[in-house]
Design a binder for this molecule. Structure first.
Ligand code: ATP
Ligand code: MG
Length: 417
């Protein structure tokens, strides 16, 4: 499916507001897309808030163009024209009680102002009228956006009591936008950090992914430590008796600009845990296999590339052909630079990576089928034989299948003796 076009998304979001307006309802862009629009950032997606009830929204846009999956919460999804995505249209609503510390027990419909007040932070609490190009701001969001302040709407303590996930969102928005957290909001996160355990690990991991793959990752980690959230969600990096470790780590993280999640996590953890410890964090957060194995591999490799120039090619090649090589190089380069050591090995490796494919990824001279044809019965020894001949091939000791089979015969001979 072709990707979304930001211009199509924006036009569609404006069109949706116009159609609701023409049908006699109040309608605005709402929340994160307003914030992004005012910051001059491209919104990922657009949300529309309206006075129309879900069934009225469906009759304006027609059943065929709408999905009612979120109707119980007042949300109708409208499907857009090609490459314009879809838009969630939510009826102005207020949340009922939050008895589980995470989700409202239900919603009631209300006016725009009350809808603004249920939102988490002032910068996320604004509406925008894309037709008259007018901001509707009941929460002083514009002032905070201009001054770069992340502030809870209303009482921070109450807002975090309702939904603990907001504490992590506070850290993420503050760090990602390069803002300051308002003093009372910060104090409330500090007081309530231990309660973050109410939030599912999947949501915690999703927030961690978003904050660590953005530019403000150093501030994010610093805030997690500073607020006490780290003590609960990532105790591995809390090591009060060795403050130099975290200082080195923060300094290392400064060297990355929007790293992959696996790279960021490996850089964050490497001072504190070994590959097994990293695997523990990944499994606690239920990360995907590919993320977990990448993080484990990056930490397990340690400083290995530093000696690339002295390494037999058969050893170096196995790193060079790994899918994670770019992340490994980036990590090794940052670690070496941080320690004031030479980073010549990076260029050495890059040169290897530019080798033609048949040198970097040669076809093995010998395969299991060749061994069978040679009269051997498949078994555990195959792995050793093939590893040895592969190594000899990469290191240039042999160039033909015959030579490879000669090695096999010699190995079998010694085995028998
Ligand atoms: P981004 O999409 O970049 O994460 P966003 O602000 O758009 O940022 P969403 O999760 O898409 O975040 O939510 C859209 C809007 O819904 C927010 O801007 C905010 O107004 C409101 N909102 C989202 N999550 C919460 C929450 N946990 N508590 C209160 N309001 C929320
Ligand atoms: Mg959003």
């Amino acid at each position: 499916m072709p990707g979304l076009l930001p211009e199509n998304q924006r036009l569609f979001a404006t069109q949706v507001v116009r159609e609701l307006r023409d049908a006699g309802f109040e309608a605005y862009w709402a929340g994160g897309c307003v914030r992004d629009h005012l910051l001059g950032r491209r919104p990922k997606d657009y949300d529309v808030a309206t006075s129309a009830r879900p069934e009225q929204v469906r009759s304006v846009f027609g059943r065929r163009r709408t999905l009612a999956i979120g109707a119980a919460f007042g949300v109708i999804t409208v499907l857009g024209p090609p490459r314009a995505g879809q838009i969630e249209i939510a009826t102005f609503r207020a949340d009922l009680d939050y008895s589980d510390g995470r989700h409202p027990d239900g919603v009631t419909f209300c006016n725009a102002e009350e809808d603004a007040l249920r939102r988490d932070f002032t910068i996320n609490g604004m509406f925008y009228d894309p037709i008259d190009e007018r901001v509707i701001d009941y929460v002083d969001g514009q002032k905070d956006l201009q001054r770069g302040i992340l502030r809870a709407i209303g009482s921070p303590q109450e807002r975090f009591t309702e939904d603990k996930l907001r504490m992590l969102r506070a850290v993420r928005f503050t760090s990602t936008f390069g803002f300051q957290m308002d003093k009372e909001t910060l104090a409330a996160v500090r007081r309530m950090a231990e309660q973050i355990t109410i939030v599912s690990v999947e949501r915690i991991a999703a927030e961690m992914r978003r904050m660590l793959t953005e530019r403000g990752l150093v501030v994010a980690v610093w805030l997690l430590l500073e607020t006490g959230l780290a003590k609960v969600i990532l105790p591995e990096i809390v090591c009060e008796e060795r403050p130099e470790r975290i200082e080195r780590t923060l300094s290392l993280l400064k060297r990355f600009d929007k790293p992959s999640f696996a790279l960021a996590l490996a850089a964050l953890l490497r001072e504190f845990v070994d590959a097994r410890g990293a695997a523990g964090v990944c499994s606690r957060w239920k990360l995907s296999c590919s993320d977990s194995s990448r993080v484990e591999w990056l930490i397990g490799c340690g400083d290995v590339l530093r000696d690339a120039a002295e390494m037999p090619w058969s050893k170096l090649q196995s790193y060079m052909v790994d899918d994670g090589i770019e992340e490994l190089l980036a990590l090794a380069e940052a670690v070496a630079a941080e320690a004031g050591e030479s980073i010549d090995f990076v260029e050495f490796c890059r040169e290897k990576l530019r080798l033609p494919d048949e040198v970097l990824h040669p076809t093995p001279l010998l395969t299991g089928d060749d061994l069978i044809e040679h009269g051997l019965t498949p078994g555990p020894i195959f792995k050793r034989l093939l590893a040895r001949t592969w190594q000899a091939q990469l290191d240039g000791e042999i160039e033909t299948k015959q030579a490879a089979l000669a090695i096999v015969d010699r190995m079998l001979q010694t085995e028998l003796e």
